[in-house]
Design a protein. Structure first.
Length: 363
């Protein structure tokens, strides 16, 4: 999707101007056990999320990008304890979501909601739409008459008709189902919504409509979004800040313009070089570095920097020492022992090191 089809701009304050974070994630870890043998004993663990620390500010959209399997969706689900985190903390205000009791967690989820990736699987096929949207309100004690009225208002707000509440999910298109999912997430008037690839299953024209809808409701309801996606161009137009994940860890966090114009981590620069350019002449002439090898298994991640087996500029220190997520200026954080300087490209660094790179060019 190009800028012309995604006029989404949240207009939120920058992190430095937004005050205290609304959501503080500190050292969050999620491991899935690997079991084997007759007695199903644990013999290892898949490290889906490894020590993630992030802040989400009021009325901000924080984009999360990375390759498939890097832990983006698991991170989003762990924040709401849809999967139980192994360790770490998720502070909403002054309260830790990870240690809340079941009763308190239910109350907290009125402020923390999620829109799922698959609009075909996230709605109960046996319930009419009015019950799907109204169920969160019933659980939280909203009177039936008020809930019924609010369902009609929410359906109109997301571009559907109140009478659509009598229909079932199979009677709607993918874009309409995702609108229903958004309406359900708004039912309890939350403060934070986790958007797990909300437009990846939709065609381009419907994507633009859903993104515009999200832009409108963010301003109207004063929401904070965590926007998880694969499409880097969509993330640039939706987000105020962007965090890049690789193999369960955050490798770079920055304001969207700083990250896209001057990425400091070699992985981020490689990732951005893969984004196609709309101009055919520029697309034919541009060069991109092809990363060698496959993504390591999260069940057996490499020592030191997790990107070092594929990094074209890795050095000895990268193989042994884990880099910290350090601030290199103006809120730009990068987890790299040898970050790229402003305006520096991987090709420049490779020339300095006397190394060759695998380069793809269509010219």
């Amino acid at each position: 999707m190009t800028a012309a089809t995604t006029p989404f701009d949240s207009g939120a304050l920058s992190a430095t101007d937004a005050g205290e974070p609304l959501l503080k994630i500190r050292d969050l870890v999620k491991e899935f056990p690997i079991r084997a043998g007759v007695f199903r004993r644990q013999v290892g663990a898949v490290q889906a999320v490894s020590g993630v620390s992030l802040d989400l500010y009021p009325h901000e959209t924080l984009g999360i990008v990375g390759e498939s399997g890097c832990g983006k969706s698991t991170l989003g689900r762990s924040l709401l304890r849809l999967v139980e985190p192994t360790s770490g903390s998720v502070l909403f205000g002054s309260e830790d979501v990870t240690t809340a009791s079941k009763g308190r967690l239910r109350e907290l989820r009125s402020d923390l909601q999620m829109v799922f990736q698959d609009p075909y699987a996230s709605l109960n096929p046996r319930l009419p739409i009015r019950d799907i949207i109204g169920e969160p309100m019933v659980i939280h004690g909203v009177r039936k008459a008020e809930a019924r009225e609010r369902v009609g208002e929410l359906l109109k707000r997301v571009g559907l008709l109140p009478e659509h509440g009598n229909r079932y999910p199979h009677e709607f298109s993918g874009g309409q189902r995702q609108r229903i999912g958004i309406a359900r997430s708004l039912a309890l008037r939350p403060k934070v919504i986790i958007l797990d690839e909300p437009v990846s299953a939709l065609d381009v024209s419907i994507q633009a409509q859903v993104l515009n809808l999200l832009d409108e409701i963010q301003d109207e309801y004063n929401l904070s979004f965590m926007f998880i996606a694969h499409d880097l161009s969509v993330v640039r137009h939706t987000s105020d800040r962007v965090a890049v994940m690789y193999l369960g860890r955050i490798v770079e966090v920055a304001d969207k313009d700083a990250l896209y114009e001057s990425p400091a981590h070699p992985y981020t620069q490689s990732l951005l070089s893969a984004v196609p350019v709309a101009d055919p002449r520029r697309e034919r002439s541009r060069q991109r570095i092809i990363l060698q090898g496959d993504v390591p298994s999260p069940a057996n991640p490499p020592s030191g920097c997790r990107f070092h087996p594929r990094c074209p500029v890795a050095q000895d220190k990268c193989r042994t020492d884990v880099p910290e997520l350090a601030d290199i200026g103006v809120g730009h954080q990068v987890s790299c022992h040898f970050p790229l300087q402003t305006g520096e490209t991987l090709l420049h660094r490779l020339n300095e090191l006397g190394r060759e790179a695998v380069i793809s060019s269509k010219s």
